[in-house]
Design a protein around this ligand. Structure first.
Ligand code: ADP
Ligand code: MG
Length: 370
């Protein structure tokens, strides 16, 4: 087990062009499952390859277990990496595939059986050792690739979108298995994905990357509930956080917090009757139960089984032209139809405030809805 640290790590592929990774400083914790999350091209793979030693940094340092490893070749970093397109050798059996790194590292032959058995049993593939890759399902191949990675007992695991070749159902199962496995062996793991649901589900903490820059590092709850900027706010969550842009502030709230007012307040009907948008002004959030009534002109209703997504506009506010979303659990039996207006509300404590110039999170401030 080991801690991985990067200090101002930078990679510029072509001089004069923007860096693929820019000034990234982060540190894993012992035995942690850390996720790099970001859209395609955000620098996730490049960052991982620098940690693995497969790519030379333009600037900055990489430390593993407290020691700078910039000068060390990959095999001396005691790291195992599983790539997006993990290729098993088709002509070799599962046993031979898993034993391959041992051979390459000149581990004594008599130790191979014992080590392969250990790795295979951890991944529950002990019965498949004599098969060829073509005789395996996608999920089984995935496990063989992982067994091959752990057989050398690495101190750090680097996984680059290892589940992306699996179909949705298998992917969910593989995700759980991988998480469970990682907790059992306790090896510090960095896992790369562009899938925010996967990142939230698997990560002890999530590093959100955009254009090679770390936008936020935090627990899934922190990055979701308290996004550091508007990029994080909209990259996480589907549909994303609603953002209302005014001259001096951007106000955001999550679609699942924007609900029919009778859901939010017991005397909701009365509150809805007293609806006066021009009187609503948000200052410091002192009363966590305070609701802001809003009139929601619904244009589209999407039924997704467990929930409905409503798309529409905030009638009678100055953001009338901005499309906003609401997510209503299907346990709410009331019917919501397109081309209708409903009384909705958002709790004041659920509002998030951002600076329009820097896009960074700021403290709550006075805000005019109309
Ligand atoms: P991600 O894994 O998040 O999709 P990458 O790390 O693969 O992102 O890429 C980050 C950026 O660096 C992209 O703009 C990509 O085109 C560029 N890049 C990656 N590898 C190379 C390379 N070998 N040569 C030049 N540019 C590269
Ligand atoms: Mg990548």
């Amino acid at each position: 087990m080991a801690i991985v640290e990067t200090r101002s790590l930078t990679k510029v592929f072509k001089e004069g062009q923007p860096g693929a990774v820019n000034n990234v400083s982060l540190q894993t914790r012992e035995g942690e499952f850390l996720v790099f999350l970001g859209p395609s091209g955000s620098g996730k793979t490049t960052l991982l390859r620098m940690i693995a030693g497969l790519e030379q940094p333009t600037a900055g340092e990489i430390l593993i277990g407290g020691a700078v490893v910039n000068h060390l070749p990959p095999r001396e970093r005691r790291i195992a990496m599983v790539f997006q397109s993990y290729a098993l050798y088709p002509h070799l059996t599962v046993f031979q595939n898993i034993a391959f790194p041992l051979k390459a590292q000149k581990v004594k032959k008599e130790l191979h059986q014992q080590k392969v058995d250990w790795a295979a049993s951890l991944l529950g593939i002990g019965k498949l050792l004599n098969r060829k890759p073509r005789e395996l399902s996608g999920g089984e191949r995935q496990r063989v690739a992982l067994a091959r990675a752990i057989v050398r007992e690495p101190t750090v695991f680097l996984l680059d979108e290892p589940l992306s070749n699996l179909d949705a159902k298998l992917r969910a199962a593989a995700r759980e298995e991988l998480e469970e496995f990682q907790k059992r062996i306790g090896t510090t793991t960095i896992y790369v994905t562009h899938d925010q649901v996967e990142a939230m589900a698997m990560g002890d903490r999530v590093v959100v990357l955009h254009q090679g820059i770390v936008r936020q590092i935090g627990t899934p709850k922190e990055v979701y509930d308290d996004p550091a900027d508007t990029f994080v706010a909209t990259f996480l969550g589907s549909p994303p956080m609603n953002l209302l842009e005014a001259e001096d502030v951007i106000v955001g709230f999550r679609p699942e917090r924007f609900l029919p007012s009778e859901l939010l307040t017991p005397g909701g009907e009365q509150a809805a009757k007293n609806f006066q948008p021009q009187s609503v002004l948000v200052a410091d959030v002192k009363d966590p139960l305070k609701r802001i009534p809003l009139r929601f002109r619904v244009e589209i209703v999407e039924y997704l089984g467990a929930e409905r997504i409503l798309y529409g506009y905030l009638a009678g506010t100055r953001f009338e032209k901005k499309l906003v979303y609401s997510r209503i659990p299907s346990s709410v039996l009331a019917n919501y139809a397109a081309n209708s207006i409903y009384d909705f509300a958002v709790p004041e404590s659920e509002l998030r405030f951002f600076d329009p110039a820097t896009e960074k999170r700021i403290a709550p401030k006075a805000f005019q809805w109309q």
